[in-house]
Write a protein that binds this ligand. Structure first.
Ligand SMILES: Nc1ncnc2c1ncn2[C@@H]1O[C@H](COP(=O)(O)OP(=O)(O)OP(=O)(O)O)[C@@H](O)[C@H]1O
Length: 238
């Protein structure tokens, strides 16, 4: 694997095997600076493996990776450390002056300014994920990697979190790769949706809909059907 600096993402021939099982098979992927891309695929198709490689977190992957310097990842589980106050969690590992002020600024952006001094165990699941978003924001990422960040939230909290991500993305415009199982989430947020199957990017759907997006817009419904069919779900009522 070679990693070079790039403004957005420019991946060529990304491959990854575990034993004799090839999970990623010479994947090419471009994400322009500021572009929001969603990645869908069946369970076990290699979405998280691809995301990990883009985080520069998988030295055993093969291929040429052009990646920006500043990357941040948000996972399905918040990964907050219980023994550090919320604001400290946000800036853990960050260097430089005014760390507390930077943490509070990021927490303000996710609507949690007043929880800066709280302990992580006193937060709800949705709040914890917002802290995880603040922890990403404070790093001013050029590439934001989201690995099913709202997968464990209830439907209403998830919708609010999606709105928050849409707002934060519009404000800061990082390139985003969002791994999700949720077709509607992909279509609400992304410029492009990619389908991963058999180790390759099997399909690409451009989501050319004005924002904010409405679930009941006929073009939205048509794209939803197309994506579901790409995922092998044909039933109309799903
Ligand atoms: N460290 C590892 N060692 C062995 N096999 C692995 C490892 N990491 C992933 N795999 C295998 O690679 C395949 C792809 O895993 P990955 O987690 O990338 O899939 P995914 O598409 O993100 O799945 P899901 O949607 O269920 O989260 C799976 O078959 C998994 O078992």
């Amino acid at each position: 694997m070679t990693v070079t600096l790039h403004e957005g993402v420019r991946v060529r021939g990304l491959s990854r095997s575990f034993g004799d099982r090839t999970v990623l098979d010479r994947v090419d992927l471009d994400i322009a600076p500021g572009e929001f891309v969603a990645l869908l695929g069946a369970s076990g198709s290699g979405k998280s493996t691809l995301l990990r490689a883009l985080g520069g977190l998988d030295p055993q992957a093969g291929g040429d990776l052009g990646l920006p310097d500043r990357k941040a990842v948000v996972y399905q589980e918040h990964r907050l450390l219980p023994w550090a106050r919320v604001w400290k969690n946000v800036v853990l590992g960050v260097k430089g002056p005014d760390l507390k002020a930077r943490a509070v600024a990021a927490l303000t952006e996710v609507g949690l300014k007043d929880r800066a001094e709280a302990w992580p165990l006193t937060l709800s699941g949705g709040e914890s994920q917002r802290v995880a978003l603040a922890r990403a924001l404070v790093r001013t990422p050029q590439l934001l990697l989201l690995d099913e960040p709202f997968g464990a939230l209830d439907a209403l909290t998830r919708m609010k979190a999606q709105e928050l991500v849409a707002d934060l993305w519009a404000e800061h415009r990082p390139a985003v790769l969002l791994v999700t199982h949720d077709v509607e989430e992909a279509l609400l947020l992304a410029d492009r949706a990619l389908l991963l199957a058999d180790g390759r990017l099997a399909e690409e759907i451009t989501v050319d809909l004005p924002r904010p997006r409405a679930l009941d817009h006929p073009d939205f419904v048509a794209l939803r059907r197309r994506l579901l069919s790409g995922l092998g779900v044909e039933k109309e009522n799903r």
